[in-house]
Write a protein that binds this ligand. Structure first.
Ligand code: CA
Length: 235
């Protein structure tokens, strides 16, 4: 099985540091330094995960991400963004990134996130992914939303809704633990498999789920904020 992790990064020293550490952790890192060659590489050798810098020569990392998702490619993507580009991070999550880290990042944290994203990803688009899926046909739902756990498909009023791996995992977690209140730290542990990370990560993913699944994302009725505590799912 391929363990190829594609690093799309034009800063040679960052790319080399990432590649070395991924290799030590047992992955097969491949580096491309621009978006066009990244898209070509992904077509020819589908990776298990993509580490994607936003600021690239030629087309940007955000363009790469939006082209991938528009083509139905759901390979997990962790975006690498510079600290000043808070806006880009939100845009990246909107476009379907699974996670992001801010440069300069601690390699240990990034590797933990790589491991967490891969443990949770069971891509429906890549035959090389380890698929640990429940039998097809197990359905969960609320309101006009239907979740097929086996196929990892979500529909709303009969129309397909595209979720990233972690959006899907967060939704399923909520559906299985209805009416319980979870803090952001608890959600990071249960869904992301992370002991510590920015709690805003959770807020950003909740915002994404609301925008895709709530009738009025500004006044959510299902994924509700419990002030001072965290989040609760009401069917
Ligand atoms: Ca760059």
């Amino acid at each position: 099985m391929s363990h190829e992790v594609l690093i799309v990064e034009d800063d040679e020293s960052i790319a080399a540091g990432l590649a070395l550490n991924l290799k030590i952790d047992g992955y097969q890192p491949v580096v491309t330094s621009d978006g066009e060659s990244a898209l070509a590489r992904i077509r020819e050798h589908p990776p298990v995960l993509i580490l994607l810098d936003i600021g690239l020569p030629g087309i940007s990392g955000l363009d790469v991400l939006s082209q991938l998702r528009a083509a139905g490619n759901l390979t997990p993507v962790i975006v690498l963004s510079a600290r000043r580009d808070e806006f880009d991070k939100v845009a990246a999550l909107r476009l379907g990134a699974d996670d992001y880290v801010t440069k300069p990042f601690a390699l240990a944290e990034l590797l933990a996130r790589v491991g967490a994203v891969l443990r949770r990803s069971t891509s429906t688009t890549s035959a090389t992914m380890p698929v640990v899926a429940p039998p097809a046909g197990e359905l969960l739902g609320f309101s006009d939303v239907l979740v097929d756990l086996g196929k990892r498909e979500v529909t709303r009023a009969g129309a397909a809704v595209k979720l990233t791996h972690l959006e899907f995992e967060l939704l399923v977690f909520f559906l299985r633990r209805q009416r319980e209140v979870f803090s952001r730290d608890e959600l990071l542990r249960h869904v992301w498999g992370l002991q510590s990370a920015s709690r805003r990560t959770v807020d950003n993913f909740v915002a994404q789920l609301r925008s895709k699944l709530e009738e009025d994302p500004e006044a959510p009725r299902h994924i509700v904020t419990v002030r001072g505590s965290g989040y609760r799912f009401d069917p």
